[in-house]
Write a protein that binds this ligand. Structure first.
Ligand code: ZN
Length: 219
């Protein structure tokens, strides 16, 4: 069985691969996302390669093997199902669940995970709108635009929030911008680097920065 360190690495590499669209992920990127010093990641990359979980090219980066991807998807499945369980069943706030899931994802047993899956009705997305891989390791990645590049004046539905920092999530919650919310972009102000929008059921206009808008995906 993989250690939690190995699980964290393969999961992070999978998340980075999602961004890089298949090209190898530099270990430096993985290191900064995991908050570790770059030196240790080289050792880790070699050891992951020895275990057959990644292909590693020094100075270029890593790419998950089929086996590595299978493990990563399974860790992601545990993480996202746990997050949904914590919100739906235990009533935790969605800004506090990520840290809890980071711990529980390494210790939950398969039978308990499958019971949670069934209890929740075999969900396909977690509370942040992130896709939940199936038990068979399939994950539907929807192609979604972010709010900074979406059309003006069109009704849009928020589908996914890509930043899981509690502070950012609290900002999203405070403004009613959680997945499922319907909004309309009113104006993109390139000078101020801001976007004005309104919620469909509310006339009030709110203005957010473009960097925040980039972390909000819509459909
Ligand atoms: Zn999370």
């Amino acid at each position: 069985m993989a250690t939690s360190t190995v699980e964290n690495y393969v999961k992070q590499i999978l998340l980075e691969q999602e961004q890089s669209e298949g090209s190898p992920v530099p270990m430096g990127k993985v290191a900064s996302a995991l908050g570790v010093v770059p030196g240790t990641t080289t050792t880790m990359a070699k050891s992951l390669a020895d275990s057959g979980l990644v292909d590693y090219a020094p100075r270029i980066g890593v790419r998950l093997t089929e086996e590595g991807e299978k493990l990563a998807l399974h860790v992601l499945r545990r993480h996202r199902l746990i997050e949904l369980f914590l919100v739906k069943v235990l009533g935790l706030g969605w800004s506090e669940i990520h840290e809890e899931a980071e711990k529980l994802e390494h210790v939950i047993s398969e039978p308990v995970l499958e019971r949670i899956d069934a209890l929740l009705g075999y969900p396909t997305v977690d509370p942040h709108g992130d896709p939940i891989p199936s038990a068979k390791g399939k994950m539907d990645i929807r192609r979604l635009e972010n709010l900074s590049s979406s059309p003006i004046g069109k009704r849009l539905r928020i589908a996914r929030i890509t930043d899981q920092e509690p502070e950012f999530l609290r900002f999203i919650e405070k403004n009613g911008l959680q997945p499922g919310a319907e909004i309309k972009v009113l104006e993109l102000n390139q000078i101020a680097d801001t976007i004005s929008l309104s919620l469909s059921d509310d006339e009030a206009v709110m203005t957010i920065g473009v960097s925040a808008a980039k972390k909000i995906l819509v459909e």
